[in-house]
Design a binder for this molecule. Structure first.
Ligand code: ADP
Ligand code: ZN
Ligand code: ZN
Length: 692
């Protein structure tokens, strides 16, 4: 047995790079989690390699203090190393992603069991008490007072026990739902999926199916096949709070073998779900992007639902993309990856074999879409839109802007209120009576007069969801506003579902996967808001948003229609979305990307330097540019200044390369070299591979 364990301490410091050698105790292997002495303190580390000997002299080779009782599957250690390299991060940070959540405190519950006393003394137990006795042993729950009385009579013994924090999944109960018979289209697609599940090295598949075409049923059947092969399943969803339906469908079908990871779980509950997966007690994990790291051995299937959703990209270091990681993990495990969407990304269409579900399960057509030209109009709503809203019993309205109005200025002198920390306009939030920065959270009171000229003529421009909520309330419907300010989106969606006459109003959150059959009207207010972003994905995002919202209307017997208000009625992405023409859009978009050499025809890497001083930023970004030198097959765009954020000046470089490896290598080396220079303390560097 090799006597040396190579241990990577889990720290966020970029400067501290292991692995470091320690003595290897019995039973320790790759993936073991240890507490090791490090300098003057003890740190937690993961064994990432083994060796027969160390360069350290024997007397300096320390023994670990402790071996923790949870370990990582070795393939997750390997995956972490790949992530660190692919996203120019550190192994320690990548290992933190795949490590189990902290244990938290064990939950103790009262547990009642029968005593040996047997026959009751004194009074005969009441019917209710007899019922309680018949159910022993059992957790006390809300019957604790009644059980205490039985305990006093010597019939029951109560003890506190640590239990698994049983996570209540949004299941309809213990019943297993009977799968419906498949449609002909579903059967055809499933045959391909099942045959891929029987390949030893399956190629990933893209399930391109219109909204309501029954993609989830395909995922469920594929999962059943994988489970029958005694293999595990990961199901990635954009955001659990917004898509509870898919979770409950998995729980209903597969019961307790499903572990759900979501943001509402306490650390202890997360830990318990992690442990259930690690031990094999649960074989299916449903969760958001981080569920791609579920500790499942013998993985057979990874499902990526709504694969176009930008929440799959992680915005902290390592800036990983769960879709890219899922593809790697599937390849590593010989598992099948099935990515599904009604509006797949051009990248996926280009790279994956595509299976189609061209029609809705019930054969209903997609709702007709009308483009409403707003170029000559005042106010947020066209009169036709207002009339349609009055007539509709239930509607969904999308406005991708929070707050009351998007900016505030002075009519007399033109002074505009901007964030003192960031170079952006402040947004008025009327109910909370403040102006807020949507980038850093800065707040200040709503001005009564101009700070520059003293005029009381302060103007509010543009409308956000808060203002529109106010306008829509005049119509007489109940208005349910869903945006980032809502605490419990699930509750809000249920209230909308059960309302008699209701309008669900909100940001892009309203366009995500909901299935409300009685919604007959969909409205997009300002469809070109996403088009105005200076980003090569603006077209793709606009198409997906409009097409997804259009897919939410007319799912029931009543049919439905969609109105898309825009200042750019001829924009290709909006016209294609209005025709439900994903193929037309994708063909044109891929053509454009090829001509401009954007992904998938190139790889982008963004390097951002930031500091409180503009000069330090300029020097740092210049030094990075110089360190990058010539990269084969790549061009470097910039340096370009970015708007100030959280009080920090920023500048960026973008590498656009035909080959991924050399571009990543060059970016990583340049940042390591420049960031390692002590004179640049105070400058922060971030590397974003495949930025969104
Ligand atoms: P998608 O994910 O493609 O938008 P869903 O999977 O949500 O579509 O399916 C839409 C609706 O059709 C759901 O209510 C689902 O239960 C139902 N459904 C799916 N497949 C079938 C089938 N074969 N027969 C009857 N109903 C089905
Ligand atoms: Zn003024
Ligand atoms: Zn700010």
């Amino acid at each position: 047995m090799p006597p040396v364990a190579k241990v990577e301490p889990i720290t966020t410091a970029r400067a501290l790079r292991g692995p470091f050698d320690y003595l290897r105790p019995d039973g320790v292997d790759i993936g073991s989690v240890l507490v090791v002495p490090f300098g003057h303190r003890d740190v937690v580390g993961v064994v990432v390699g083994l060796a027969d000997s160390s360069d350290l002299p024997d007397e300096r080779l320390a023994a670990p203090r402790r071996v923790l009782d949870h370990d990582l599957p070795p393939d997750l250690v390997e995956l972490a190393a790949w992530i660190a390299e692919q996203y120019c991060s550190t192994l320690a940070r990548a290992l933190a992603l795949v490590s189990p959540p902290p244990r938290g405190r064990a939950k103790l519950t009262w547990w009642a069991s029968a005593t040996v006393a047997g026959a009751p003394r004194g009074r005969r137990p009441t019917a209710r008490q007899r019922a309680l006795l018949a159910e022993l042993p059992r957790a006390a729950g809300s019957d604790l007072p009644a059980l205490r009385r039985l305990e006093a009579r010597g019939l029951v013994r109560l003890q506190r026990r640590a239990t698994r924090r049983h996570v209540e999944h949004a299941s309809v109960g213990a019943r297993r739902a009977q799968p419906p018979p498949l449609t002909a289209d579903q059967a055809r697609v499933l045959a391909d999926v099942d045959s891929a599940l029987n390949d030893s090295r399956p190629q990933p598949l893209l399930l391109h199916g219109v909204t309501g075409s029954g993609k989830t049923e395909i995922y469920l059947r594929a999962a059943a096949t994988a489970l029958a092969q005694r293999r595990g399943v990961i199901v990635l969803v954009p955001e659990i709070a917004l898509t509870p339906q898919i979770v409950s469908r998995f729980v209903d079908r597969f019961g307790d073998t499903v572990a759900v990871l979501h943001s509402k779980l306490s650390p202890g509950e997360r830990h318990d779900e992690w442990t259930r997966l690690r031990s094999g007690a649960a074989r299916v994990c449903v969760g958001p992007r981080s569920a791609v790291f579920a500790p499942i051995e013998g993985l057979g299937l990874i499902v990526l639902d709504e694969e176009h959703d930008s929440s799959y990209k992680h915005e902290g270091d390592p800036r990983y993309d769960a879709r890219h990681v899922a593809a790697r993990r599937a390849q590593q495990a010989g598992a099948l990856l099935v990515a599904g969407s009604a509006t797949p990304r051009p990248e996926s269409v280009h790279a994956l074999r595509r299976l189609r579900l061209p029609a809705r399960v019930d054969g209903r057509p997609l709702a007709p879409v009308r483009i409403v030209d707003m170029r000559e109009r005042q106010g947020p709503l066209h009169p036709d839109t207002s009339h349609a809203l009055v007539d509709a019993r239930k509607a969904i309205v999308l406005l991708n802007r929070r707050g009351w109005s998007n900016f505030v200025d002075c009519r007399s002198c033109g002074h505009a209120w901007t964030c003192p920390q960031c170079d952006v306009a402040l947004v008025l939030h009327r109910a909370q009576r403040h102006l807020a920065c949507h980038h850093c959270g800065h707040r200040e009171p709503v001005p009564e007069r101009c700070v520059t000229c003293g005029s009381i003529s302060v103007a509010r421009h543009g409308a956000g969801t808060e203002r529109l909520e106010h306008d829509l309330a005049q119509i007489g419907h109940d208005v349910f506003r869903l945006d980032a300010e809502v605490r419990d989106p699930g509750l809000l969606l249920r209230r909308f579902e059960h309302s008699e006459r209701g309008i669900l109003l909100g940001t892009q959150m309203v366009a995500k996967g909901h299935d409300f059959p009685d919604v007959t009207l969909g409205v997009v207010v300002d469809a070109d808001s996403t088009l105005r972003f200076p980003d090569f994905r603006a077209e793709e995002r606009t198409f997906a948003l409009v097409a997804q919202l259009a897919g939410r209307a007319g799912r029931g017997a009543g049919g439905g229609r969609v109105l898309v208000q825009t200042m750019a009625p001829e924009a290709a992405s909006i016209v294609a979305a209005a025709r439900h023409d994903a193929d037309g859009f994708l063909a044109a978009e891929l053509g454009r990307r090829q001509a401009l050499r954007y992904p998938p025809f190139s790889h982008l890497i963004r390097i951002v330097c930031s500091a409180s001083e503009g000069q330090a930023v300029g020097e740092a970004v210049g030094a990075i540019r110089a360190a990058l030198g010539e990269i084969p097959g790549a061009i470097v765009l910039g340096p370009a200044p970015l708007f100030r954020l959280r009080g920090r000046e920023r500048a960026q470089l973008v590498i656009k390369g035909s080959q991924r490896g050399p571009a990543i290598g060059a970016a990583g080396a340049a940042v390591a070299e420049v960031a390692g220079d002590r004179t640049r303390r105070g400058v922060a560097f971030s590397v974003d591979v495949d930025p969104q």
